[in-house]
Design a protein around this ligand. Structure first.
Ligand SMILES: NC(=O)c1ccc[n+]([C@@H]2O[C@H](COP(=O)([O-])OP(=O)(O)OC[C@H]3O[C@@H](n4cnc5c(N)ncnc54)[C@H](O)[C@@H]3O)[C@@H](O)[C@H]2O)c1
Length: 270
């Protein structure tokens, strides 16, 4: 008979599941890859930065004895997205989880650019990556998941998709949040609800994860001000979203769809 611990472990078991992570070369995408590979998943690491994906993929294969695949992906190019999904399906024969994690967040100069003068070119690029890219990934993976009658999609939004950026905390830190970021992340939260509703009865669950800010060597004054706005009094560590991703990817969240899981140290709760 299965004891209680074994039963609990099974809830989060990802053995034999194929997970596509966009933006897998980045700060959080690489953490998700590590967590999911450790839970037994075959991970497709897709990013415009192919070299880093390749390196992470081989490290994970050595460490976890898992099968992983690095793919060059440009989310502004429909063909590139179609190729990425086709290659993933060919290699692993199913696509069980899609994590739409890649994003254009703008460099520090762009983030400081006043809204009134923000270049249309940069706005359009961010919409292409953060919103249209997600739309296209969901379309391509959705075709496979509908046939499988099974699948999970996780859209990565942000607290800035829920509340406005408090201008008092940025100063000269370059951590300002641009308007495109709020517009695209807010859109993802409702695209999630639309798709969860649209695919009802098709075995596909769609949820959002909204993380709060991660500590990564930002300006001290900014970190202090940011931390004061959270109930836990600090920014997140980069590995603190692995648990939420494992939960949303696995059977542990089997009764959850159309939801937004907010993991932000309490930032949006007061
Ligand atoms: N880090 C945070 O504090 C934080 C907080 C809340 C939400 N988020 C969200 O989490 C996700 C990951 O954030 P992160 O901090 O790891 O960012 P990151 O910049 O480290 O990683 C993003 C990745 O997306 C890739 N990318 C960019 N444009 C692309 C394109 N056209 N095609 C394919 N890949 C492309 C980049 O190469 C990069 O590897 C993002 O959606 C971000 O908005 C991050």
């Amino acid at each position: 008979m299965m004891n209680k611990n074994m039963k609990n472990e099974k809830l989060f078991d990802m053995s034999g599941k194929t997970v596509i992570i966009t933006g897998a070369a980045g700060l959080l995408g690489s953490q998700y890859a590590e967590g999911l590979s450790g839970a037994g998943a075959n991970v497709v690491l897709a990013d415009i930065d192919y070299k880093t994906c390749k390196q992470i993929s081989s490290e994970l294969s050595d460490k976890n004895n898992s099968e992983n695949l690095a793919i060059k992906l440009d989310l502004t190019n429909k063909k590139s997205i179609q190729e990425m999904v086709k290659k993933s399906k060919k290699r692993f024969s199913s696509v069980d989880v899609l994590i739409n994690n890649a994003a254009d967040q703008g460099d520090s100069k762009l983030r400081k650019t006043p809204f009134e003068n923000f270049p249309l070119k940069n706005w359009n690029h961010a919409i292409d990556v953060n919103l249209t890219g997600v739309f296209l990934c969901c379309q391509e993976v959705g075709k496979i998941m509908v046939k499988q009658h099974d699948g999970v999609i996780i859209n990565i939004a942000s607290t800035y998709g829920i509340v406005g950026p408090d201008q008092r905390i940025y100063g000269k830190s370059g951590q300002n949040s641009a308007a495109f970021y709020a517009a695209t992340k807010g859109s993802l939260i409702n695209l999630t609800r639309y798709l969860a509703a649209y695919w009802q009865g098709k075995g596909i669950r769609v949820n959002t994860l909204s993380p709060g800010g991660v500590k990564k060597g930002q300006d001290k004054n900014f970190v202090k001000k940011y931390s004061q706005k959270t109930m836990l009094g600090r920014m997140a560590n980069k590995d603190e979203y692995i648990g939420p991703i494992l939960f949303l990817s696995s059977n542990a969240s089997s009764y959850m769809t159309g939801s937004n899981l907010i993991v932000d140290g309490g930032w949006t709760a007061w």
